[in-house]
Write a protein that binds this ligand. Structure first.
Ligand code: BMA
Length: 330
C-alpha cells in the first residue's frame, strides 16, 4: 500500500467511489462546491487552493470580479465543502515595487516548516511567479517574484529537498501560450532560484494526446513512500480551442526532475456540464489536494474558468493507475 508522508488530516471532504465506477478518480456528486457568485463582486471563483487550517480548512481563491479583474481572496471552511470567502482581496505587505497589483491568478498554497506559502501567477510586466507567506490567512507577506517573466504554474514542494526549497514551474509567454514544459528549480532562501532541471515535456503523439500542447503542475506535490505524486494539467489543441484535462506522474523523491511513472490516460477531462460550459469552456484545472492518513485524496479543481469542483482518489489507486498505464517517453 502506497503511504502518504506529506501532511494529512482525517476530516477531508470525501465521498466513496460510486459502485462499479471504472476509473481511478471520481467527482463529487454535488459539484460544483463553490459557485461563481460566492462573493458580492465575483464573476467566477475557480483554480483555487485549499489547505488544512486549525480544525478545518483555509484557502486562497482566484476570484475574478465583475470588472473581470483577476485577484486572490482568502476563505475559510469547517468541512472543506461549504466556504466563507472574504469579499475583499488579500492585501499583500512588502516592497511596494513587488506588491503593486497588475493581476494575480491561479494560486497554490503549501505548508512548509511553520507557515503557509502562496505561489501564484503574478502580473509583473508579464506573468511570473509571485510568492508570499502567511501564518493566519489574515496577514500576507510578499516575497520577491521567483522568476523573470514569463512563467506560470509555480508550485512549491512541501519540504526542502537535499537542503534546498524546491519548486516546479512552466516558462511561458505573454499570451495564451501554445507550448510549455515543467521545470524544477531550487533555492536556499525562497528568493534566489537556480539549478533548473527539465522534468517533463508535453507528449506529442496519439498515445497521450490530452497533454500534447502544454503541461503545468497542479497541487503541491504529495510525498509518498514511492515518490512525489504530481497531479498536473495537460492541454490538447482541438478544432474548438484548448481543452484542459489533468493526470498524474510519480517523481523521484531525491531527484524530483526524474519521472518514475507518467499516466497515459487523463484522470479527469471536461465532461460534465459545469466543466464544459462557462467563461472558458472545456477546462478542468487542479490547484490543491488535501490528504488523509489512510491515503485518501480530495482534489480541488477549477471548472470552465467559472466554478470550483471536488474530485477524489487514493494514493494507492492513482499510483497503481500510473504503473498500469505508464507512458513510454523516448
Ligand atoms: C490558462 C490560465 C488558467 C485558465 C486556463 C484556461 O492559461 O489562464 O487560469 O484556467 O488558461 O483558460
Amino acid at each position: 500500500m502506497a503511504k502518504i508522508i506529506s501532511q494529512t488530516v482525517s476530516n477531508i471532504p470525501w465521498e466513496d467511489k460510486p459502485n462499479k465506477y471504472p476509473y481511478a478518480m471520481w467527482r463529487y456528486s454535488k459539484n460544483p462546491v463553490i459557485p461563481r457568485d460566492a462573493t458580492p463582486t465575483s464573476n467566477s471563483i475557480f483554480n483555487s487552493a485549499v489547505v488544512p487550517f486549525k480544525d478545518g480548512f483555509a484557502g486562497v481563491f482566484r476570484c475574478d470580479t465583475r470588472c473581470r479583474a483577476m485577484n486572490l481572496n482568502a476563505g475559510f471552511s469547517k468541512d472543506g465543502i461549504h466556504w466563507e470567502i472574504n469579499p475583499d482581496p488579500i492585501v499583500f505587505e512588502g516592497d511596494p515595487e513587488i506588491t503593486a497589483y497588475e493581476y494575480r491568478y491561479d494560486p497554490r498554497v503549501c505548508f512548509i516548516e511553520d507557515r503557509y506559502y502562496i505561489s501564484w501567477c503574478n502580473g509583473y510586466h508579464g506573468p511570473t511567479i509571485g510568492l508570499a507567506w502567511t501564518k493566519d490567512f489574515q496577514h500576507f507577506h510578499q516575497l520577491e517574484n521567483a522568476f523573470l517573466p514569463y512563467n506560470r504554474n509555480g508550485v512549491l514542494f512541501p519540504r526542502k529537498i537535499n537542503g534546498r526549497y524546491a519548486m516546479v514551474s512552466r516558462p511561458s509567454d505573454t499570451g495564451h501560450t501554445a507550448f510549455g514544459d515543467i521545470f524544477y528549480s531550487e533555492s536556499p532562501d525562497l528568493e534566489f532560484w537556480g539549478r533548473h532541471r527539465h522534468v517533463m515535456a508535453p507528449f506529442r503523439g496519439n498515445d497521450s494526446a490530452w497533454q500534447s500542447t502544454k503541461i503545468g503542475a497542479g497541487p503541491t506535490p504529495i510525498e509518498t513512500d514511492e515518490g512525489w505524486l504530481l497531479f498536473y494539467h495537460g492541454v490538447l489543441n482541438s478544432c474548438n480551442g484548448f481543452v484542459y484535462s489533468f493526470g498524474a506522474a510519480l517523481l523521484d523523491l531525491e531527484k524530483p526532475w526524474k519521472v518514475l511513472y507518467r499516466g497515459a490516460p487523463y484522470l479527469i477531462s471536461p465532461q460534465m456540464q459545469y466543466e464544459c460550459v462557462g467563461d472558458v469552456p472545456n477546462v478542468t484545472f487542479p490547484c490543491a489536494a488535501v490528504c488523509a492518513p489512510d491515503g485518501r485524496i480530495a482534489m480541488y479543481y477549477g471548472c470552465a474558468d467559472t466554478v470550483t469542483g471536488l474530485a477524489f482518489t487514493t494514493a494507492e489507486e492513482t499510483i497503481q493507475f500510473l504503473k498500469d498505464n505508464n507512458l513510454k517517453v523516448q
